[in-house]
Ligand binder design. Sequence first.
Ligand SMILES: NC(=O)c1ccc[n+]([C@@H]2O[C@H](COP(=O)([O-])OP(=O)(O)OC[C@H]3O[C@@H](n4cnc5c(N)ncnc54)[C@H](O)[C@@H]3O)[C@@H](O)[C@H]2O)c1
Length: 370
Amino acid sequence: MVMEYRSGDRVVIDDILSDNIYTRVVIDIQEQKVYPEVAFLNVKDRKRILITGGAGFVGSHLVDRLMMEGHEVTVVDNFFTGRKRNVEHWIGHENFELLNHDVINPLFIEVDQVYHLASPASPPNYMYNPVKTIKTNTIGTNNMLGLTKRVRGRLLLASTSEVYGDPEIHPQNEDYWGHVNPIGPRACYDEGKRVAETMCYAYHRQDGTEIRVARIFNTFGPRMHLNDGRVVSNFILQSLQDKPITIYGEGKQTRSFQYVSDLVDGLIRLMNSNYSMPVNIGNPDEYTIGDFAKIIKGLVGGNSKIVKKPPMTDDPRKRKPDITRAKNILGWSPKVQLEVGLNRTIEYFKNELRRTTLDGRHFTKLPGGA
Ligand SMILES: NC(=O)c1ccc[n+]([C@@H]2O[C@H](COP(=O)([O-])OP(=O)(O)OC[C@H]3O[C@@H](n4cnc5c(N)ncnc54)[C@H](O)[C@@H]3O)[C@@H](O)[C@H]2O)c1
């Protein structure tokens, strides 16, 4: 007789070995988890890759790409802004490991490559605990560089366009040293990343540690935080909820926005290149914040009004990457059109809003920023 069991069933099998000895096996029937199909790589090509901050917005997309390529991926995250849900579709996969670990503590594992992304990234998140932000970017980066040196691997630092501060040249190329207020409210992040870059080059010069430095410009896409107070999330959320779209200052400040899959592509190319100087990864299409608000309002529809609020402290007036280096050295340039990326993100936010309306714990209001 063939028995059929469903998820949630419990099967008990007693096997009598002799008169007074028997074994009992209890099996809880659970649904078999189905994973996305990953490529097969032989041992020579398969890399052991650590992604710090891999449960966050950018990190989780990087995880997806590297898993699909057939690598072994370990995510280290303290879940400050990241979520298990971003990577839960890989949990249990033989090529995947998730460690709840804070990078300000040393870590000893064997890997070939480290993508070091662990750091809060949006102004409300990094200003929430500025001391912790500095520690994460300095002590955390030192720990990851130490690990990379020990295993003779390669580390890619997720740096930021914020190292240019409120720039005096436009667009910003990698030779520009920046214009950062070292004691302002954003300094914990801006200076933290600048020190992180300095550390990379100190390890490189002193010990020959292989490093790659990506200066990432504003990025958006699904899995970005609903409540992180960044331009894209703020505007989409406000439009979807028919609330006023808030612009800080006159709306003449400019930003350029890249879609997350373009960034992931750039990061992987940079990691696997033989170039160790910093590389800007961003989309040079530039919009004033005022125009950007109108574009999002147009795509979402609805009746939101655009309203102006006082400017944020140290908010950069202009931001646009010069990506000549990425083009020449990595053969990289962004591919995804703004509207295509925005529509995907709007769809994601609609679903998230539906979910968070059912579960209010996930949604708290934070002040805005770019
Ligand atoms: N998204 C952007 O527009 C952008 C722009 C420039 C630079 N970056 C950089 O890219 C990286 C990823 O940004 P994101 O947008 O995905 O942000 P995110 O907040 O979604 O991801 C950061 C991840 O790091 C984790 N983390 C923070 N502190 C940690 C610690 N001490 N130990 C372990 N994990 C820790 C968080 O829990 C989260 O999962 C960051 O380093 C950020 O500075 C992002």
